[in-house]
Design a protein around this ligand. Structure first.
Ligand code: APR
Length: 307
């Protein structure tokens, strides 16, 4: 049986554990610094097993030693946004937490693949890579699949069609400068711009960019976790089952898309070795420029954390 560790047992962490358990693909250990929280939530999830029908082990712990032998470690530890906050406002606190978490991953699960979720996502992913010094295929962030799923859900609503026929693509940083790509977004194989006028597409693109903030605005005291955990679970499944799914994720770029020394959302092939390939899409000069603006925003954050 594979093993997945989820760091953080808050909204995103615990929901991820629930979704992973329901996929029935790995034993799961959930770690948090709050005493009793991961233990209680893990027991609750385990007690649903006879009803739902999964048959994996789920434990909660405050001891990082329990993540030993994990194939994948999902990092959700950190604070979440409140209304009026940008993802970047979380940086100072979450970078410290990420450094502690990564030191523990290095110590107890040195062969694991790390998937970061904590925001600001691209900067945290970069920090995790630098902290652990793992190869770049083993450290990447979950963001683009979530943004694409949001994009796809809005498209399906607008068209009154099944979400299952929508295939959406969002590149760039997981922030206000993300780059939804209508050109690479299709409904039943038909390009989006053949189905909607530019004005409608532009409204959906804007809503996608602000989708996280829209939810924070409603919730007041926390941020999204149902869709984020669904994206995490889909990516963990692609890794453990070695399916080679192609999804956007925040990956370290070494010349791809003209970018160096940065983590940014791009399409990647996911398999047992993590990011097995970075897919380079042909972009127009306008799309390239938008990606560059997004990269600049991420780079500003990276500079803040560089010694
Ligand atoms: N080790 C383990 N867990 C930690 C640590 C640490 N060093 N520091 C904090 N945590 C835990 C907290 O105790 C809390 O239970 O991380 C959990 C975070 O949970 P929530 O506050 O509910 O936040 P959540 O909504 O899950 O979001 C977590 O994911 O999507 C991003 O922006 C979001 O950065 C945020 C992260």
């Amino acid at each position: 049986m594979s093993k997945v560790a989820v760091i953080g047992s808050g909204n995103v962490g615990a929901t991820t554990v629930q979704r992973l358990a329901e996929l029935n693909i790995a034993d799961i250990v959930m770690v948090d610094i709050v005493e009793g929280l991961p233990q209680g939530k893990a027991l609750d999830i385990l007690q649903a097993a006879p009803l739902v029908g999964y048959d994996v082990d789920v434990i909660g712990t405050n001891d990082y030693a329990d993540i030993f032998d994990s194939d994948v470690v999902v990092v959700t530890a950190g604070i979440a946004r409140k209304p009026g906050m940008e993802r970047d406002d979380l940086l100072a606190t979450n970078i410290k937490i990420t450094q502690q978490v990564c030191a523990n991953i290095e110590k107890y699960a040195p062969d694991a693949i790390i998937m970061t979720v904590t925001n600001p996502l691209d900067i945290i992913t970069y920090a995790a890579l630098r902290c652990t010094q793992f190869d770049r295929n083993r450290v990447f962030g979950m963001s683009g699949l979530l943004d694409s799923s949001r994009f796809a859900s809005f498209i399906a609503k607008e068209m009154n069609c099944s979400v299952r026929d929508v295939n959406a693509m969002v590149l760039g940083g997981h922030g206000d400068s993300m780059v939804p790509l209508p050109k690479y977004t299709t409904v039943a194989g038909i390009p989006l711009n053949k189905l909607m006028d530019e004005n409608t597409i532009s409204k959906i693109v804007d809503r996608t960019i602000n989708a996280g903030a829209e939810i924070v605005g409603y919730m007041k005291n926390g941020s999204a976790f149902y869709a984020p955990s669904a994206a995490i679970a889909a990516m963990v499944e692609a890794i453990l089952k070695d399916t080679k799914r192609i999804v956007p994720a925040s990956a370290f770029l070494n010349g791809e898309y003209g970018q160096h020394d940065i983590c940014l959302g791009v399409p990647v092939k996911l398999g047992r070795d993590g990011v097995e390939e970075i897919i380079e899409l042909e972009l127009s000069s306008q799309e390239m420029e938008a990606l560059q603006i997004s990269a600049n925003a991420v780079r500003e954050g990276i500079e803040k954390i560089s010694p």
